[in-house]
Design a protein around this ligand. Structure first.
Ligand code: PLP
Length: 397
């Protein structure tokens, strides 16, 4: 017997593969500076932990509503009304899911017919291509311009549109580049989606993690009725709740109801006591978000200042999100071999840029949501690695 052919073209997650390798090295006694995974190093908000504990004690341990806890749905809708000025119905326009990743899966599964083309901004999160393939679609790269620091623009998407284009996947702030789309660029994308009947799947999971005055522009701004927009978000990144596995999707009722069929026939409902924790995070977590974003911001500023002193590497300036994307192509244009060598020589784990598509080749991604000492160590080890590579290259000449 063989597994289904559907999986032949599906790749394992390169980030998870690196993280697993690193765990094995750690088990063998190696001390690794871990910068590969996109997860905040801090504990989840106390209010979330207390609320989940209370929920467990008061027997919120049975199946819950398959759309998600009504109070949590209402709270997320109010949040979006307050921040982005949209009016959403908690009984129609939202589904709470076990993580943003699952939300994205539902969204694409609800939309894609075999052979549909889905345009994905590149460099882009590793999971997009694989989910598109799993649901029968064809991922088409829309490469952003490295000379413009991978600024998120509409044109690369517009260039890739064909009669088979079904959706555009936008991620702002971006994983891995940290770039954020502007009002004018998003307006162009929204207009073309309307004209050509294309869905804009907007992954805004990093919307609250920003480092400059540039505002986060939500896709909801240009499509308040959700006619051509599906929005993905969650609690993992903003509230350091990666292990709780909670996210959500906002969409037109027709699509939410389609996704509900998937949810009811797969997981039944998201974990109930965890949702009480998420509700507490959303209602009482503003100061937590301010404090953690300040930490990441400080790491980002330190990194940018230090990287500017290292000849031969260049760090793209992250406007938001959890990552820094660093051009190491002058040291080694093959990012996989760079990452492997850097890990074996300096014991620092990073993600090779090629994992985010061909246009990420020559770059590495590191996570900024870590203890400052790890960023300081990264800088110092990168500096000595670069110095040794430059010295051995000049000896060869
Ligand atoms: N979207 C992006 C761009 C991400 O980077 C991630 C996680 O790394 C997710 C969605 C999903 O996160 P989760 O499933 O933990 O909510």
């Amino acid at each position: 017997m063989k597994p289904s052919k559907k999986f032949d073209a599906i790749k394992f997650s390169s980030v998870i593969r690196i993280a697993d390798t690193v765990r094995e090295l750690e088990r063998a006694g190696k001390k690794i500076i871990r910068l590969e995974t996109g997860e905040p190093h801090v504990a989840s908000p106390n209010a979330a932990i207390a609320a989940a504990e209370e929920a467990l004690r008061s027997e919120k341990t049975h199946y819950g509503h398959s759309r998600g806890l009504p109070e949590l749905r209402a709270c997320v809708c109010e949040h979006h009304a307050r921040v982005y000025g949209v009016s959403l119905d908690p009984n129609k326009h939202i589904l709470i899911t076990p993580g943003g990743k699952q939300a994205l899966w539902y969204a694409l599964a609800s939309l894609v017919d075999d052979g549909d083309e889905i345009l994905i901004g590149q460099p882009g999160w590793v999971t997009y291509d694989e989910i598109v393939k799993l649901v029968g679609g064809i991922p088409i790269p829309a490469p952003m311009d490295p000379a413009a620091d991978f600024s998120l623009k509409a044109q690369p998407y517009l260039n890739a549109i064909t009669s088979r284009t079904r959706a555009i996947v936008l991620n702002t702030p971006s994983n891995p580049t940290g770039r954020m789309i502007s009002h004018s660029e998003l307006e162009k994308l929204a207009a073309v989606c309307r004209e050509r009947d294309i869905m804009l799947i907007s992954d805004e999971i990093y919307d609250q993690i920003r480092f400059t005055d540039t505002p986060h522009v939500s896709a909801l701004t240009y499509d308040q009725k959700l006619e051509h927009t599906i929005l993905i978000n969650g609690f993992s990144k903003t509230y350091a709740m990666t292990g709780w596995r909670l996210g959500y999707v906002l969409a037109d009722q027709l699509f939410i109801d389609t996704m509900l069929k998937l949810q009811q026939n797969s997981i039944t409902c998201p974990t109930v006591f965890a949702q009480y924790g998420a509700l507490a995070a959303l209602t009482a977590g503003a100061s937590f978000v301010d404090a953690t974003v300040r930490l990441y911001h400080d790491n980002r500023d330190f990194l940018l200042a230090e990287m500017s002193k290292v000849a031969a590497v260049r760090c793209i300036e992250p406007q938001g999100g959890l990552y820094a994307f660093i051009d190491v192509s002058r040291i080694n244009p093959d990012s996989v071999s760079f990452a492997e060598d850097f890990l074996s020589q300096q014991y620092v784990s990073v993600v090779p840029g090629s994992a985010f598509g061909a246009s990420g080749e020559g770059f590495i991604r590191i996570c900024l949501a870590t203890d400052k000492r790890n960023i300081t160590e990264f800088v110092s080890r990168l500096r000595s690695y670069v110095t040794s590579k430059v010295a051995s290259a000049s000896k060869m000449r």
